[in-house]
Design a protein around this ligand. Structure first.
Ligand code: B3K
Ligand code: ZN
Length: 889
C-alpha cells in the first residue's frame, strides 16, 4: 500500500456543520440513513470525496434529488460526488453487516449487543463520510431497534426523545451539543445493568455518571464508578478542567480491540478495564482500571475539546493524556500518605511507568517500526497506536512539565485551551502554547531545540564523564549526547544528520558514605539539579566538593534516554543502599543485577561471583525505611526484554535462562529473609480488601517473596503456596499462589490447582483469561502446550482478550517457550489465522519479533523464514503487510 506522508496534509475543501444519522438496527443488516449539510468556503467546487468500506449503497441524493449511477463515482474505498453549488444537503442510505464484522471496527456485535469503534478510521464502515479528524460536526442520532433485544439505545450527548414504534421496536433520539470529528461518534444497543451516581461539579453543574455492563455485573462496576468520579474531581482540581456534559456514560464490552475509547460522553471500554471485585480482579487490574478510566475521561478535554488535525498528530492527544493519567494515578497512590510515604508511592508509579517504557518503547525505537512520536508517514494508521506515540509521547510532555514546573505548565495548558478550544490542531500548536509561557518566564530560553523530540526517532544516549579536582574542590560533569540511526534511517545514505535534542538531565551527587551533597547551580543550592543539555556536549562545574563524589544520574528518569557511565559495582551498591532519589536508587540496584545477568547469559554458567548483588539485595530486604511496594520493585530482577536491549547479538533463551537461574540463586541465598518477609506480610493481610498503595504494596512484596521461595525450591514453598491458594480472599493472592505453584512445573499440586481454578471460575471470562495467561507464560510451557490449550472449549481467536491471554502471552512474554523454530512457526500461523478475522489484532501479534535482526544467527534465520511465510500469504491485510514489509526491509 502507498505510504501517506505528514507533509501532504490538505485541509478538507468543505465544512459539514450538521449531521443527522438514523439507524435501523439489526445484527444481520443495519440500515443507516445519513443526512449532512455541506458548505464550501473558498472558491471553486472540488469533488466531494467520502470514505466508505464494506458498505452497500442503497441511495444517494443531493438536495432531495436522488442521483443516478452516472452522477457519482463509487469504488471500494470512496464515494465521490460532484457538487454544483456552494451549499447543499447530501443524503445517503446504506447498509452494513454487524454480525459479520470480526474486525471490531465500525458497527459490530459483542455478546447480544451492538457496539461501535470508530477511531481511527472505523466511521467509514458505518456510512460514507469524510472520515478524518479535522471535519467537525454537530450530530443528531436516531436509533431504532427491537425493544426486547435492544432495550437500551445509547449515543453521544443528551437523550432528547424516545418513542414506541410498531412491531415491538422503539426509538431514541440523541443530540450531542459539542461539534466533534466522526472518530468520536458512538452508539451502543443492548440490554445492560447500570450503576450510576449524580454528582455536582466544582462549577455547580449537575451531572449523571453511569457505568453500563452485562446483566448481572453491576456489583463489579463500583470501583470503576468511583474512579470516574475521582477523575472528574482531579481534572477540576489539578488542571482546572470541568466536565462539560450533563451525562457521562461508560459501557463495558467483552469484545474490544484495545483498552477503551473516549467517544464524547459515551466511552466504550474493554470489560477488563471496567469490571472488578476483590474475588476476581488483582491489584494490578484495579490500578489498570483507575488509569484507563482516568485516561478516557481526561481525553474529554485533551482529545475531544481540542482534537488532532490529522493522524500524524496522534501524540498531541495521546502523549498528553497518558501524561495526565500517570499524574492522576500517582496522586491517587500518594493520597492520604505522609510526605515520605507519598514520595515513595510516586516513585513506585514512576518505576512502573519507566519499566513499561523500557520493555515496550525502547525496543520499538531500536527496531524496524521506529518512528518519531509524530510519525512522518504510515501505510495503516492503526499500526501507529504505539508505545512511542503513547508512552514516549508522555515522556515528551513530562519533560516540558519538568522544564516549566507545575505552575507554568498549567499556565501553558490554559493558554493552549484559550487558543484552540473547539479546534483540530497540531503538536506544534501545543508546543507553541507552552513555549509562549516558557519564553515569558525565562528570558533568553525557548523550546526551539526541544521541538526536535517530535521529529526524531531513536533513544538518545547520554554519555557521562565526571572529573574531580581535589585541590580546588571542583567537580565537573560532562554530558555528551548522540542518537544512532534506527529503522529505515539506517538505509539512508549519506547517513541522516540527527541534531542534538534538549534533554533535561536531573543530577545529584553523594559523598562516599552516601550522604547527599549540596550542588550550587544558577545561584542556588540544591540536592538535585536539572541540567539543560541542548548541545552535543556540555560541561557543568560544581564548587565545594571536597572529595570525588558518587554521581546519581537521570534522577526520576528526567528524560527518555539511555545513560552511559563507566563505574564499578561498588558504586552501584552504594547508590542502591543510599541514594536519596528513590528512582535512581532503584535504578542502581537494577543495573547491578543487569550486569550479573548479562555475565551469566554470556558465560552460559550460573557460577558467577554474585556476592555484592546478594549483599545488596539482603540490605534492601531488611531496610525498614522502605515501603513494601517500593521494596517489591527494588527486589524484582530486570525484565528479560529490557536486558536483551543491552545485548548484541541477542540471545533470548540465554538471557531468559540466566534470569531464571539468578532468581533461584537469590531465592536460595536469602531464603530465611524471604520466609520472614512472607510471614510478616501474610500476617498483616486485613480481612477487608482494598487496592490502596499500602495494602497492594504489601501483597506485591508477599507474592514476590513466595515467588523467590518457589524459584529457590524452598522445602516449604509448595505448602505455603497451596495454603495461600486455599485461603485466598482476593484474586491477587490467589494468582500469586497459583503462579508460584505453576512455576514449579507440571507437579501434581500445580495440576490440581489449575483444574480447581478453572472449575471455580469458568463462568467469568476475565478470570478464564487469567487462567490461560498463566499457563501461556509458565516457564515449562512450549508450543505443544499452547496448541493443546487452543483446543480447550473456552478458547476462541475471535475474542481479542482470549487471543491475547493465550497466543500473545505465549509469543510475547514466554521467552523460554517461544524462541525456538517451532515457536516462530506457530507464531506465523497465528498471525495469519488472526489476520483473516481481525487485522488490527493480527498486526500487533506480527510485531512479536520486531528485534529479530539483532538475534543470534540461528534465531534470526528461523524468524526470517517465518516472516517470509507471512509476507507471501494471500490475502494479507494492509495492517500486517506494513509490519512485515518493514521487518524484512
Ligand atoms: N483513543 C483510543 C485508541 C483507539 C485506537 C484504535 N485503533 C484509546 C485511547 O488511547 O484512549
Ligand atoms: Zn488515549
Amino acid at each position: 500500500a502507498p505510504a501517506i506522508s505528514r507533509h501532504d496534509y490538505q485541509p478538507y475543501p468543505y465544512r459539514l456543520p450538521r449531521v443527522a444519522l438514523q439507524f435501523d438496527l439489526d445484527a444481520e443488516c443495519t440500515r443507516v440513513h445519513a443526512r449532512f449539510e455541506v458548505e464550501r468556503d473558498g472558491g471553486g467546487l472540488p469533488p466531494l470525496v467520502l470514505n466508505g468500506q464494506e458498505l452497500s449503497l442503497v441511495s444517494v441524493s443531493i438536495d432531495g434529488t436522488q442521483l443516478d449511477a452516472g452522477k457519482y463515482r463509487l469504488d471500494d474505498e470512496t464515494l465521490t460526488l460532484f457538487p454544483e453549488a456552494a451549499r447543499f444537503i447530501v443524503e445517503i442510505a446504506s447498509e452494513c453487516r454487524p454480525a459479520q464484522n470480526s474486525a471490531l471496527m465500525g458497527l459490530y456485535v459483542s455478546g447480544e449487543s451492538l457496539f461501535t469503534q470508530c477511531e481511527a478510521e472505523g466511521f467509514r464502515r458505518i456510512t460514507w463520510f469524510p472520515d478524518r479528524p479535522d471535519v467537525m460536526s454537530r450530530y443528531t442520532v436516531t436509533l431504532r431497534g427491537d425493544k426486547t433485544a435492544y432495550p437500551l439505545l445509547l449515543s453521544n450527548g443528551n437523550l432528547v426523545a424516545g418513542s414506541e414504534l410498531e412491531n415491538g421496536r422503539h426509538e431514541a433520539v440523541w443530540e450531542d451539543p459539542h461539534p466533534k470529528p466522526c472518530y468520536l461518534f458512538a452508539l451502543v444497543a443492548g440490554s445492560f445493568d447500570c450503576l450510576e451516581r449524580r454528582i455536582r461539579t466544582g462549577a455547580g453543574r449537575n451531572a449523571l455518571l453511569q457505568i453500563y455492563s452485562d446483566k448481572g455485573s453491576r456489583n463489579k462496576t463500583e470501583w470503576a464508578l468511583d474512579c470516574l468520579h475521582r477523575s472528574v474531581q482531579w481534572d477540576e482540581q489539578r488542571f482546572g478542567l470541568q466536565l462539560d456534559l450533563d451525562r457521562f456514560m461508560v459501557v463495558a464490552a467483552r469484545d474490544f480491540n484495545m483498552g477503551a475509547m473516549e467517544n464524547k460522553g459515551l466511552n466504550i471500554f474493554n470489560s477488563s478495564y471496567v469490571l472488578a471485585e476483590p474475588d476476581t480482579a488483582t491489584d494490578a487490574s484495579y490500578h489498570g482500571i483507575e488509569s484507563v478510566i482516568g485516561h478516557e475521561y481526561f481525553h474529554n478535554w485533551t482529545g475531544n475539546r481540542v482534537t488532532c488535525r490529522d493522524w500524524f498528530q496522534l501524540s498531541l492527544k495521546e502523549g498528553l493524556t497518558v501524561f495526565r493519567d500517570q499524574q492522576f494515578s500517582a496522586d491517587m497512590m500518594a493520597h492520604g500518605l505522609s510526605e515520605d510515604a507519598a514520595r515513595s508511592a510516586r516513585a513506585v508509579k514512576r518505576i512502573d511507568d519507566v519499566t513499561a517504557l523500557r520493555v515496550a518503547q525502547f525496543p520499538e525505537d531500536a527496531g524496524p517500526m521506529a518512528h518519531p512520536i509524530r510519525p512522518e508517514s504510515y501505510q495503516e494508521i492503526a499500526n501507529f497506536y504505539t508505545a512511542t506515540v503513547y508512552e514516549k509521547g508522555a515522556e515528551v510532555i513530562r519533560m516540558q512539565h519538568t522544564l516549566l514546573g507545575e505552575e507554568d505548565f498549567q499556565a501553558g495548558i490554559r493558554e493552549y485551551f484559550r487558543r484552540h478550544d473547539g479546534q483540530a490542531v497540531t503538536c506544534d500548536d501545543f508546543v507553541d502554547a507552552m513555549d509562549s509561557v516558557y519564553r515569558a518566564r525565562h528570558p533568553g530560553k525557548s523550546l526551539d531545540v526541544f521541538r526536535r523530540w517530535y521529529s526524531q526517532a531513536g533513544t538518545p544516549r547520554v554519555h557521562v564523564t565526571l572529573q574531580h579536582d581535589a585541590d580546588q574542590g571542583l567537580c565537573s560533569i560532562t554530558l555528551r549526547q548522540h542518537c544512532p540511526p534506527v529503522g529505515i534511517e539506517k538505509l539512508q545514505s549519506p547517513p541522516l544528520e540527527k541534531p542534538p535534542l534538549h534533554i533535561p538531565f536531573a543530577l545529584g551527587l553523594l559523598d562516599a558514605q552516601g550522604q547527599a551533597l549540596a550542588l550550587r547551580h544558577e545561584g542556588q543550592e540544591h540536592e538535585t539539579v536539572v541540567l539543560d543539555l541542548c548541545a552535543e556536549s556540555q560541561t557543568w562545574t560544581f564548587p565545594d566538593i571536597a572529595e570525588r563524589p558518587v554521581a546519581s544520574l537521570l534522577r526520576d528518569f528526567s528524560a527518555p534516554v539511555i545513560v552511559e557511565y563507566d563505574r564499578d559495582d561498588a558504586e552501584l551498591a552504594l547508590l542502591a543502599r543510599h541514594d536519596t532519589d528513590p528512582f535512581a536508587r532503584w535504578e542502581a540496584g537494577q543495573e547491578l543485577a543487569s550486569r550479573q545477568l548479562l555475565a551469566m547469559s554470556q558465560s552460559g554458567s550460573a557460577k558467577q561471583e554474585d556476592a555484592i548483588l546478594i549483599e545488596t539485595w539482603r540490605a534492601l530486604l531488611h531496610d525498614p525505611a522502605l515501603s513494601d511496594a517500593y521494596r517489591a520493585r527494588v527486589l524484582t530482577l530486570p525484565a528479560t526484554k529490557a536486558l536483551l536491549e543491552k545485548t548484541d547479538p541477542m540471545d533470548p533463551l540465554a538471557v531468559a535462562q540466566a534470569r531464571e537461574d539468578l532468581r533461584a540463586r537469590l531465592g536460595q541465598a536469602l531464603a530465611d529473609s524471604w520466609l520472614a518477609i512472607y510471614q510478616a506480610c501474610a500476617a498483616a493481610e486485613p480481612r477487608e480488601y482494598s487496592p490502596d498503595a499500602v495494602s497492594s504494596g504489601r501483597r506485591a512484596l508477599k507474592n514476590l517473596a513466595l515467588a523467590y521461595l518457589a524459584a529457590g525450591r524452598h522445602p516449604q514453598a509448595e505448602s505455603l503456596a497451596q495454603a495461600q491458594y486455599e485461603s485466598a480472599r482476593n484474586m491477587t493472592d490467589r494468582m500469586g499462589a497459583l503462579s508460584a505453584l505453576v512455576g514449579q512445573g507440571d507437579t501434581p499440586a500445580a495440576t490440581r490447582a489449575l483444574r480447581h481454578f478453572y472449575e471455580q471460575w469458568q463462568h467469568d471470562p476475565l478470570v478464564v483469561d487469567r487462567w490461560f495467561a498463566l499457563q501461556a507464560t509458565a516457564c515449562a510451557t512450549r508450543t505443544d502446550t499452547v496448541r493443546a490449550l487452543m483446543l480447550h472449549p473456552a478458547f476462541t481467536l475471535r475474542n481479542p482478550n482470549r487471543a491475547r491471554s493465550l497466543i500473545f502471552q505465549f509469543c510475547m512474554n514466554n521467552m523460554l517457550g517461544v524462541h525456538r523454530p517451532e515457536g516462530y512457526e506457530f507464531w506465523a500461523e497465528q498471525v495469519l489465522a488472526l489476520d483473516a478475522l481481525n487485522p488490527e489484532i493480527a498486526a500487533r501479534l506480527a510485531r512479536a519479533f520486531d528485534s529479530w535482526a539483532r538475534y543470534a544467527p540461528s534465531n534470526r534465520d528461523a524468524v526470517h523464514s517465518a516472516l517470509q511465510r507471512i509476507q507471501q500469504h494471500e490475502p494479507l491485510s494492509r495492517n500486517v503487510a506494513e509490519i512485515v514489509s518493514k521487518a524484512l526491509n
